[in-house]
Design a binder for this molecule. Structure first.
Ligand code: ADP
Ligand code: MG
Ligand code: ZN
Length: 606
């Protein structure tokens, strides 16, 4: 694009320069061959019979003087002068024996005149216009000027260079996609037996889990071209553009078969058509075209369509029926083992200390997706460079985890001594509640160094192993841990602060889910009161009960919170010595690790 613009500019400049040069040259030649004289001189020359011939034009008189001895014929000068209203001129010239004439008007051939005055301007406009249209159309990316025959921004990568080895922790997804790879390798193996392969597979999962990566890996494994387009690329201002792009895409794909067509973020066009907020003509047409094309093409040729989305529930049902995207590949958040493998894949690209243990990092990053983990490894490498090292250590990785979870350390924040000690007691409150209950996760680290994302300090717990089921008792204990920060403030300082807002929000969230989703309250039993929407995005719950029930839910939640807070208070009151001792140690050291914490706690007799 830039190249073309540059070429256009240089073309224009060159044309201008050439025109200018021609102009200058013509004027110069004319000037040097002729000379202006005044009318009086002209008359004198006529009287002196120095003039050979005269040509009288509308606005000037061209004078050819007689040959003189001292001038060669080659540089014979021509003079000219303006015309005056001089009725006797003709008589004077005649009597002086000068040849005179005036150019005959309109003696040019009528065809030439016609060409010059009609065809030439027309042709010029035509070419200029065509040229402008072309360059304008290109500039607008095939927009306004060329919407009929869209030059869809189909993006082919001949070789993606990515294989299944680059995608870690998605074994099930890889397994389902392996069949597609095999099919692209040897379509005949399947067609001979009469098997039809799925025309398309839909990759579904939360953002950053590797859907785009997987699609590229399929192309890489199968060693076929990869047509990639984002759903939003189809949709433009003009109705019909999207549909023609879909047509275009499938045409190109069939020409290049076997190949993979990948439509990323397909929800942009595949949204259900029965939307209540009035239709969107363009999107619906695009979707219809896509449906038609998917029906129309012959899958035995080896075109496989992959699409990715994180909102499968809003997709049009027609898109999901067998014969279109009949296969759904779930690309979920990685589990412990998956996270460790992803870390290893990305760890290959950085220089690692031999003591680095990715297993530990994986334990500390429950809920993180592939993109987060890739980011953490990179953050760790950046930190190592900042520290002036040429190798990444375990501490860099841990620090990176914390940076991604809680933001960067903010050491320059000035806090009063009282605030600092309040934060210390608050955090040790959490830590003690965690350590003194049975089913909670062990404390990994306590710190009172503020972070950029708002935390003034925090207690990091780390599970010993990953769990998939959580019991009611464990949830209650989690709430107790969350509320113990505020409990410590109240017991020690006899006042409460805003520092517990995040704890309260999370504790309330857990308590509410216990009541509405997990069926863990006595009052409602197993009645489901909320359902989760957008499971792969924010997972926001939506109430499915009446307003009266809603008020009852609030009472129930309040009761859980209150009883948990009582428990937090009693745990801390029973362990005041540990609370004070560890807090003053923390205040002094600012960060203590889990084993240090347990050592002090165990040294106090209970
Ligand atoms: P999605 O399309 O699901 O939102 P991407 O495929 O674009 O996510 O992933 C973004 C980046 O995260 C990838 O380029 C890769 O570096 C990293 N990543 C995500 N998932 C994985 C995985 N399972 N294995 C290795 N890297 C991953
Ligand atoms: Mg993606
Ligand atoms: Zn807290």
């Amino acid at each position: 694009m830039l190249q073309k613009k540059k070429r256009l500019a240089s073309y224009i400049v060159a044309t201008l320069i050439v025109t200018l040069l021609i102009n200058v040259a013509v004027t110069w030649i004319f000037k040097s061959a002729s000379q202006e004289i005044d009318y009086g001189t002209f008359l004198t020359m006529v009287q002196n019979k120095q003039i050979e011939s005269v040509e009288i034009e509308d606005d000037r008189i061209l004078i050819t003087p007689k040959d003189t001895q001292n001038s060669s014929s080659s540089d014979k000068k021509i003079y000219y002068t303006g015309t005056l209203n001089d009725p006797q001129l003709v008589e004077k010239l005649h009597s002086a024996g000068v040849k005179f004439s005036t150019p005959v008007k309109n003696m040019q051939s009528p065809i030439l005149t016609f060409i010059l005055s009609w065809i030439l301007p027309f042709a010029m406009f035509y070419f200029l216009g065509g040229f402008l249209m072309k360059s304008l159309g290109k500039k607008m990316g095939g927009g306004a000027m060329s919407f009929g025959k869209s030059n869809a921004k189909v993006y082919i990568e001949k070789k993606t260079g990515i294989t299944f080895n680059d995608v870690a922790g998605q074994e099930e997804a890889k397994e389902s996609l392996n069949e597609i790879v095999d099919f692209l390798h040897k379509p005949s193996k399947y067609t001979e037996i009469g098997a039809k392969l799925p025309k398309g597979a839909l990759l579904v999962g939360p953002p950053g889990t590797g859907k785009t990566l997987l699609a590229k890996a399929v192309a890489g494994e199968a060693n076929v071209p990869f047509f990639s387009l984002s759903g939003s690329d189809f949709v433009e201002m003009f109705v019909g553009v999207g549909a023609s792009r879909v047509r275009d895409l499938f045409q190109q794909a069939e020409k290049n078969a076997p190949c993979i067509v990948f439509i990323d973020e397909i929800d942009a066009i595949g949204k259900s058509r029965d939307s209540k907020l009035g239709g969107n003509d363009e999107r619906e047409q695009t979707l219809n075209q896509l449906l038609a094309e998917m029906d129309g093409f012959d899958s035995s040729k080896g075109v496989v369509i992959l699409a990715a989305t994180n909102r499968p529930e809003i997709l049009d049902k027609a898109l999901l029926r067998p014969g279109r995207f009949d296969r759904r590949v779930i690309v979920d958040k990685p589990d412990l083992k998956g996270r460790e493998e992803i870390l290893k894949v990305h760890g290959k690209n950085v220089k690692l200390d031999s003591r680095v243990n990715f297993g530990e990092i994986a334990l500390a990053t429950a809920g993180a997706v592939g993109a987060d983990l890739a980011n953490m490894v990179n953050e760790a490498a950046l930190r190592a460079v900042r520290m002036g090292r040429d190798i990444v250590r375990q501490e860099d990785l841990f620090e990176a985890v914390e940076t991604v979870i809680a933001g960067k350390e903010k050491k320059d924040r000035i806090m009063t001594e009282e605030e600092k000690s309040l934060v210390a007691f608050h955090e040790v409150g959490h830590a003690l509640a965690a350590a003194l209950q049975k089913q909670t996760q062990p404390v990994h680290k306590i710190t009172i160094i503020p972070r950029t994302m708002g935390a003034l300090g925090y207690t990091m717990q780390m599970p010993e192993k990953e769990k998939f089921l959580i019991s009611k008792d464990e949830l209650v204990e989690q709430i107790v841990v969350l509320l113990a920060g505020r409990a410590a403030e109240e017991i020690v300082f006899k006042k409460v602060t805003t520092g517990a807002s995040n704890d309260i929000e999370r504790a309330t969230g857990i308590a509410r889910q216990m009541v509405t989703i997990y069926g863990m309250s006595d009052k409602f039993g197993m009645m489901g009161l909320e359902s989760i929407q957008n499971r792969y995005l924010d997972g926001r719950p939506v109430q499915t009960c009446s307003t009266e029930t809603s008020a009852e839910i609030d009472k129930e939640v309040l009761q859980i919170i209150n009883s948990c807070y009582e428990k937090s208070l009693s745990i801390l009151k029973d362990n005041m010595e540990a609370l004070c001792k560890i807090s003053s140690h923390l205040l002094h050291k600012e960060t203590i690790m889990g084993d240090e914490f347990m050592e002090i706690l165990n040294s106090i007799p209970r």
